[in-house]
Design a protein around this ligand. Structure first.
Ligand code: HOZ
Length: 437
């Protein structure tokens, strides 16, 4: 019989069908559903180094890297050994272990603005708790955030938020009481004059300014010169706190985070992702007198069964031990630079208009005619073109974050060869799009 080629069985298709019947939307976090780019979301079987393999056996160079948690790539042996050793000693104690003290001390040495720290299990918990502490400390209710920034999914942060909300066009989440939403002010990122105006209008009422020192949830948008310094000055003058959300930038942009790189000292810092080495851990910390508001020392309540989880602490300690090496970031950033420049060249060759924003190992290619410096300009990017690019790259074995509004994460496991292959794939992909445009 001719012409009866049977397609290889797609385990992904079977599993996706099952997933859709039990997991909401087939996923446990919305961006994973690929709605912004279309097509069938990946179902991953394993990860090693710079690669993930889906359950149909297809291998991809992975630039999601668990949304930035995996700066060492997948299954780094030091991290795997640390977890394996710990798992035999117990997976959770619900009491303090030496590991929490050790990781806390290590973080405080790297990020000196953190005088006291509290470990939690996710970035959302950490930002939510940080603003509770800030409100208690200042005895004020308002918080000021930036349009297109994402600080997790606690109620107070879901207006004009980036990441999945922008991806899905949700300007503010349903289910957030209006009275609570009214306590959150939004300013355009990189616009210190707007912040000045809001502080003039609400003098003495703003508890804290919370900011991603490098925005990475509307795609990557670096701070313009002087922006972070202005936030420091304006908040201090008014008695408000400055909170750096370094969930993405902490231990990625430099060992001391973005605050180390830019030399601006916040009152509080939120960390996540890398400090858990790929396991669920996050933290908030800062000036001692603020953190001493938190129970058991003070009246701000916050608790968690799995907070300071020993497996996550071991994974975090193993990771930070490698990142502490002064030579760690140089080759990582050099490879990321090569990738960013390769993408720029590929854009140039294709004749398509776009912008590559990059800081260290964070990169976004925006399909935009104009420079992207805030949420409004990020949203003017051509998302249809991004979706086409995403699929062209995927078909060439490169897995990019499935949204125009997420960062691409380079890890130390990405080799020169990976970068060359990615650049070559981008050249072909952009040419193919230009040919069809
Ligand atoms: N919104 C997250 C990235 N900024 C996505 C996390 C996930 O889907 O795991």
């Amino acid at each position: 019989m001719t012409g009866s080629i049977t397609a290889p069985k797609s385990y992904s298709a079977d599993l996706r069908a099952r997933a859709e019947k039990i997991l909401v939307g087939g996923v446990n976090s919305p961006v994973r559903a690929f709605r912004a780019v279309g097509g069938e979301p990946l179902v991953i079987e394993s990860g090693r180094g710079s690669r993930v393999v889906d359950i149909d056996g297809r291998e991809y160079i992975d630039y999601v890297c668990s949304w930035g948690a995996l700066i060492l790539g997948h299954a780094h042996l030091d991290v795997v050994d640390a977890i394996a050793d710990q798992v035999r000693r117990g997976t959770s104690y619900g009491m303090t272990s030496p590991l929490e003290v050790e990781l806390g001390e290590r973080i405080a040495r790297a990020v000196p603005s953190i005088e006291r720290i509290r470990f939690v299990s996710s970035g959302t918990e950490a930002t939510m708790s940080a603003i509770r502490a800030a409100r208690a400390f200042t005895q004020r209710d308002l918080i000021l955030k930036f349009e297109g920034s994402y600080h997790g999914h606690a109620d107070s942060f879901l207006a004009e938020a980036g990441s999945g909300l922008t991806t899905f066009g949700i300007s503010s989440s349903a289910g957030v009481p209006q009275a609570l939403a009214a306590l959150t002010l939004n300013a355009p990122y990189n616009d210190a004059a707007s912040v000045e105006r809001l502080f003039a209008e609400k003098a003495g009422k703003i508890a804290a300014v919370i900011v991603e020192p490098i925005a990475a949830n509307m795609g990557v948008v670096p701070p313009v010169a002087g922006f972070l310094e202005s936030l420091r000055r304006i908040s201090q003058r008014d008695g408000a706190l400055l909170i750096f959300d370094e969930v993405i930038t902490g231990f990625r942009i430099a060992y001391g985070g973005a605050q180390g790189l830019y030399g601006v000292r916040p009152d509080m810092t939120v960390l996540g992702k890398i400090i858990g080495g790929g396991l669920p851990a996050a933290a908030y910390g800062g000036r001692r007198e603020i953190m001493e508001q938190i129970a058991p020392l003070g009246p701000v309540y916050q608790a968690g069964t799995l907070s300071g989880n020993p497996l996550a602490m071991r994974a975090g300690l193993a990771s930070l031990a490698l990142l502490e090496d002064p030579e760690f970031y140089k080759p990582l950033n050099a490879r990321a630079d090569r990738l960013a420049n390769g993408l720029r060249d590929a854009l140039g060759e294709s004749g398509l208009r776009g912008q590559v924003n990059a800081v260290g190992s964070l990169i976004t290619l925006f399909f935009s005619r104009e420079p992207v410096g805030d949420y409004a300009s990020a949203k003017r990017s051509d998302r249809t073109r991004f979706a086409a690019f995403f699929h062209e790259m995927l078909s060439r074995g490169v897995f990019l974050p499935p949204s125009q509004f997420e960062a691409l994460f380079v890890s130390s496991a990405h080799s020169d060869e990976d970068i060359s292959r990615t650049v070559a794939a981008s050249r072909e992909s952009l040419k193919a799009i230009a040919a069809g445009a």
